[in-house]
Design a protein. Structure first.
Length: 313
């Protein structure tokens, strides 16, 4: 095992994830689950858990608060995760995954709670902790939308500090956090296609257009991705569920197939992809090889009931 600190994962929206399994769901009726589980989650926790299961020892930085904090920490301890956290005064939110196995096929439905704002002073405490952990890290991964109460400048500042210390930077974020961070030239950005288009391609007013005929969409996304990659020296990796991954490498827009994946619970598959990608790059593999490893890890996650994992324990 590597020494703790090789990877620093950051997420400012922790979650308790409840997974419920049904044979089917009837609206307006009492629906009894045939199975359930509870896990510490959120995009950053998912990335951290998969990195650990890949033989790494990442440190995860987040905020916690409220009466459920001991439960969250206990669940992380059971998964052997190393956490550094600051008190936020805000309760940990719940999110729910509803899994059904009906005649029409398996469905995965996500119900997401909006987190409460963090208390004043949380940002300063988080930045202080980040500054203490950062020197020991080789790779910094920032994932997910931040909770309310943080400033717009927080994520770009974290990226700038990591860049100044010559860390590998991988961003799985969107919106203003992403656009304002690009000037600091992160090594890789890894939103999914919908997040990328919502951030950089406002002409897709209805994101359902991205699920339609691929030809025109691919051409526009390829042009935009290559332009951004050239401008910022950043490789762009776009996951698309069970469709081929699109990415830039050496000035070319490429795709990697996603084949033969069995889906039980896709929650956290994008995070498993990020972890696999990061671990492979840390091991000296090329970006195409790292994308392939990300796809492998995403597929392993999708085949499990536990979210954000490549094995159950």
């Amino acid at each position: 095992m590597e020494q703790p600190g090789g990877f620093l994962t950051v997420c400012m929206n922790p979650t308790l994830q409840k997974t419920l399994v049904f044979s089917k769901i009837i609206p307006g009726a009492v629906n009894r689950a045939g199975g359930h589980r509870l896990d510490a989650s959120g995009k950053g926790i998912n990335v951290t858990r998969v990195l650990y299961q890949l033989g790494k020892e990442p440190v995860h930085l987040t905020h916690l608060g409220g009466t459920l904090c001991p439960l969250f920490l206990k669940l992380c301890e059971q998964d052997h995760l190393t956490l550094r956290w600051v008190e936020s005064g805000s309760p940990i939110r719940f999110c729910y995954t509803l899994l059904t196995e009906e005649e029409t096929g398996r469905t995965v439905t996500e119900l997401v709670e909006e987190g409460e704002p963090v208390s004043p002073g949380t940002e300063e405490k988080l930045l202080a902790a980040y500054g203490e952990i950062l020197p020991a890290a080789k790779t910094v991964i920032i994932s997910g939308a931040k909770a309310r109460g943080y400033s717009d400048g927080l994520v770009p500042r974290m990226v700038r500090l990591a860049r100044e210390q010559k860390k590998r930077i991988i961003l799985d974020i969107r919106g203003k956090d992403l656009t304002e961070s690009m000037i600091h030239r992160p090594g890789i950005i890894k939103p999914n296609l919908f997040e990328f288009a919502g951030t950089f391609a406002p002409e897709f007013k209805n994101l359902g257009e991205l699920s339609g005929e691929e030809g025109g969409v691919r051409k526009r996304i390829a042009s935009l991705a290559l332009e951004l990659a050239a401008r910022y020296g950043t490789d762009i990796v776009l996951s698309r569920g069970t469709l081929p991954v699109w990415y830039t490498w050496e000035g070319v827009f490429r795709e990697a197939p996603v084949e033969g994946q069995r889906t039980l619970n896709s929650t956290g598959s994008g995070d498993a992809f990020t972890a696999g990608l990061a671990a492979a790059l840390d091991g000296g593999l090329s970006l195409p090889e790292a994308v392939a490893e990300g796809i492998r890890c995403g597929g392993l996650n999708a085949a499990l009931l536990k979210p954000g994992a490549i094995r159950e324990t």
